[in-house]
Design a protein around this ligand. Structure first.
Ligand code: ATP
Ligand code: MN
Length: 428
């Protein structure tokens, strides 16, 4: 007999046809006359019923929540059952009898984090994982259609991209090495052969801040384009994010609703996104009573306040040079600013993408390095990219979990991935 998946059983006629499924006992309710076993597999849940006096009844009495089982029976339409079908059980085999499952209703967040390896099988977590997979799929779809080549940069590196304070050091055969904070520098090397590249890879940052949007390990969707400037990369970013939103709104309307998110809001995300200058954002913030001096980067608190005014993602561009890393290109018309932009998600979520034009001549980058008094010994190779046929180029990094947090309207970034890593969480 062929195994069916629950989704296919639910899609059937429910006119008494035979079905064999396997999965886990999701819920169990029992009286003297009948046992209701809700079985979950990788596609959905279905109610199964076992009548007293039938051969499988003793097994049904014995089976515990989260036991793995094989079930054979006939499918009948039943309006009272979730999904409108029930499976009347003729054979029930327990594959793995579960110990008393430690997760019941209304558990604390802390306990669910300690038991994350068990919690990831829950319906809400499965929902997030499926949606998350679609975010990555839609990203690749967009990049592939636009002629970007997917590349695979290293995770062990020797040079900081985003400043030394959040670098994770790793022992490396007696040499010093770090886990990468971003793949940007390697993408910059790869555009010389491929022009447009992207990667989907983890980035690591020793974030000591306990915010609702910082992980120590996050999946980073990064892209780099040769012969491209700030406006060009902003277009790529907004088209990418709009494509992801359209995909999610089309494929996951019920899931979004179940998370308390109106799918129409996500369906409404269309390019172009509004662009506001850093200067204007400071005016807005000061107008809302936030005490921020010109020149400071926007932090979690400022971004929360600023994004309250918006319903769609938008860009803040032309940040002060002092607020951003050395590789950003100075605005030739105003050298106090850099040609960069962050994409901010509305409703308090804040930055989801950071990017812009890169400094690409050797003279420009050396003067930025000298200004910032950086030691170049560990990334002389990065300067070579300017010495051997440098071209104007631009790119960005999108934090997948940040994007998902906003799309799903989550309060905390840890809900956007199965095993979040933060300062005080590395187990399980
Ligand atoms: P923030 O100011 O919010 O810390 P950042 O300026 O450090 O962000 P970038 O260095 O520009 O961020 O990184 C590019 C993108 O990577 C960010 O827009 C964000 O989506 C994501 N990102 C950065 N740090 C983290 C983190 N600790 N956890 C999750 N995602 C992150
Ligand atoms: Mn940061």
């Amino acid at each position: 007999m062929e195994w069916l998946q629950v989704r296919d059983v639910l899609a059937g006629d429910g006119a008494g046809e035979k079905a064999c499924i396997r999965g886990w006992i999701h819920r169990k309710r029992q009286s003297k006359k009948i046992a209701f076993l809700v079985v979950r597999d990788g596609t959905d849940v279905i109610q199964t019923t076992v009548r007293a006096g039938t051969e499988p009844f003793p097994e049904a009495e014995k089976v515990t929540i989260e036991s793995s089982v094989e079930v054979e029976g006939t499918v009948h339409a039943d309006a009272r059952a979730p999904g409108g079908k029930e499976l009347r059980v003729e054979k029930l085999r327990i594959i793995g009898l579960s110990d008393t499952f430690p997760i019941t209703r209304d558990q604390s967040t802390e306990l669910l984090m300690d038991l994350r390896h068990l919690w990831v099988r829950s319906v809400p977590m499965n929902r997030v994982m499926r949606l998350r997979a679609a975010v990555f799929q839609a990203s690749r779809e967009y990049f592939d259609t636009m002629g970007f080549v997917e590349v695979h940069p290293p995770m062990f590196i020797t040079a900081a991209c985003e400043g030394g304070s959040t670098l994770f050091k790793v022992p490396y055969f007696g040499k010093k090495a770090y886990l990468t904070q971003s793949s940007q520098f390697y993408l910059e090397a790869l555009i010389t052969g491929l022009e447009r590249v992207y990667c989907v890879a983890p980035s690591f940052r020793a974030e000591k801040s306990r915010t609702t949007r910082h992980l120590t390990e996050f999946w980073h969707i990064e892209a780099e384009e040769a012969f491209c400037g700030l406006e060009g990369t902003m277009r790529t970013q907004e088209d990418l994010v709009a494509h992801i939103c359209q995909t999610i709104a089309t494929r996951f309307p019920e899931e979004l609703q179940a998370m308390g998110r109106d799918p129409e809001v996500i369906a409404g995300v269309k390019a172009p996104f509004e662009r506001i200058s850093y200067d204007k954002s400071i005016d807005i913030l000061q107008g809302r009573g936030v005490d921020i001096p010109w020149g400071a980067d926007l932090g979690t608190k400022e971004e929360r306040e600023l994004t309250m005014e918006f319903e769609q993602p938008f860009f803040v561009y032309h940040y002060p040079a002092e607020a951003k890393a050395f590789y950003h290109r100075l605005d030739p018309e105003d050298s106090s600013k850099v040609l960069c932009a962050d994409m901010l998600a509305p409703e308090g979520h804040g930055e989801i993408v950071g990017g812009g034009e890169r400094t690409w001549t050797i003279e420009e980058i050396m003067s930025r390095i000298n200004e910032e008094e950086l030691d170049t010994t560990d990334y002389e190779w990065y300067l070579d990219l300017r010495r051997y046929g440098g071209v104007p180029h631009a790119g960005f990094g999108l934090g997948a979990a940040r994007l998902i947090k906003w799309i799903c309207g989550m309060e905390h970034i840890r809900d956007a991935l199965p095993f979040p890593r933060t300062m005080n969480r590395i187990y399980p």
